[in-house]
Design a binder for this molecule. Structure first.
Ligand code: WQD
Length: 349
């Protein structure tokens, strides 16, 4: 990973024709900076913003992001947890006249967070602190923060709403809750206007080239098992659910990306200085439901292997999505079949 420096940031900037293009391209005159904008979810947000004519600047350390995903968006390669991050971000805000920030860059592997809690703190909380410091110094006061359903921990309700008392059970979820609290403190201290989006289980793809390339979650893992002709593993079938396997709220990445654009637009209005929204469908699907859907879409019988439970898996984690529908007018347009079909089609190309 390149260490950040001013030259590196400048080397990514383009000649003045760039400014001309962006001047023409930014129909709304807004410049949105996306941290993690070259990632699986981030690149979907980047593309939707570009498609609606907004200028996008991507900050990504490319440790997991892929440059080719962001098209002609400006890229500033920096590790947000580094000591140079604040000055580089301030320079980027100024150069590109950034008006709002979407903060997606984070480490997000639950298991890895258990093994490396200090690194997750450095990366996720340290990165958030540097970003907020740069925004305060630069007078950039609009932020959409990528949070997670992992902040809830193991809720004892079937559908969890945003007022639930969050008790994360792993360092990943804790870093996301800490991030929310840092943003809310900034809102109270210096007028940041902020929205935290608690993602449920994101899957699918809006475009084949933006597919999730890391088999770190159930849907890509089962597709990978299918490709390798091996049986996928089901972690526990003795949960108190209809078929004994864990139930989750799977939301299409395109729907999630649309929720980010709705959040950016919401920050233009003078409502509360900060708020938290679940982003899900409100519909639960079990592990076996997902495997059955992949079997059906692919036309291949998949026989999973049942293994013991994973530590820390809640039996059921589904979103109450009343608030985002009421305030943003947003609701998911895609269901589990659409999610699975989008991956199958992308893989079959
Ligand atoms: C889903 C279900 C597993 C793999 C993650 C992370 C985080 C967050 C939400 C954004 C669980 C089961 C999995 C396998 C299985 N997203 N499973 N066999 O743990 O619900 O949460 O998504 O912040 O990324 O917290 O997602 O996809 O790992 O698991 O049986 O090979 O599938 O036990 O019940 P999870 P997951």
């Amino acid at each position: 990973m390149l260490l950040p420096n001013a030259e590196n940031a400048k080397s990514n900037s383009k000649p003045c024709v760039e400014a001309c293009f962006y001047g023409f391209g930014s129909l709304k005159g807004m410049t949105v900076l996306l941290t993690g904008g070259a990632g699986y979810i981030g690149s979907h947000v980047t593309r939707l913003l570009q498609n609606r004519g907004e200028k996008v600047v991507v900050v990504d350390d490319l440790s997991e992001g892929i440059r080719s995903r962001i098209g002609d968006a400006e890229l500033v390669q920096v590790d947000l947890s580094s000591k140079e991050a604040v000055s580089l971000l301030c320079e980027t805000f100024k150069t590109h006249k950034v008006t709002s920030v979407v903060h997606l860059a984070a480490r997000k592997k639950v298991g890895e967070s258990v093994e490396r809690p200090e690194w997750y703190e450095e990366q996720n909380v340290g990165g958030m602190k540097n970003l907020l410091a740069a925004m305060k110094l630069s007078g950039v006061n609009r932020l959409v923060f990528s949070s997670s359903a992992a902040t809830y921990g193991v809720p004892d309700v079937d559908q969890v709403d945003e007022d639930f008392d969050c008790k994360p059970i792993n360092p990943y979820g804790q870093t996301k809750l800490d991030g929310e609290h840092l943003a809310q403190a900034a809102a109270k201290d210096w007028g940041l206007r902020e929205v935290s989006l608690r993602y449920f289980n994101v899957a699918g793809t809006g475009w084949p080239e933006l597919m999730d390339t890391q088999a770190a979650n159930l849907v890509p893992i089962v597709f990978q098992s299918l490709a390798k002709n091996v049986s996928p593993r089901v972690f526990g079938n003795d949960f108190p659910t209809e078929d004994g396997t864990c139930v989750r709220d799977y939301v299409h990445v395109l729907d999630l990306a649309e929720a980010h654009l709705a959040a950016i637009d919401y920050l233009d209005r003078d409502e509360r200085p900060y708020d938290v929204f679940n982003v899900g469908t409100g519909v639960g699907s079990s592990v076996l439901d997902v495997i059955r859907e992949i079997s059906s879409v692919s036309g291949t019988e998949i026989v999973p292997v049942i293994e013991p439970r994973r530590p820390g898996d809640p039996a059921s984690l589904n979103a109450n999505v009343n608030r985002i529908k009421k305030v943003f007018g947003w609701s998911a347009k895609h269901d589990l079949h659409d999610i699975i079909s989008s991956v199958w089609k992308a893989q079959s190309l």
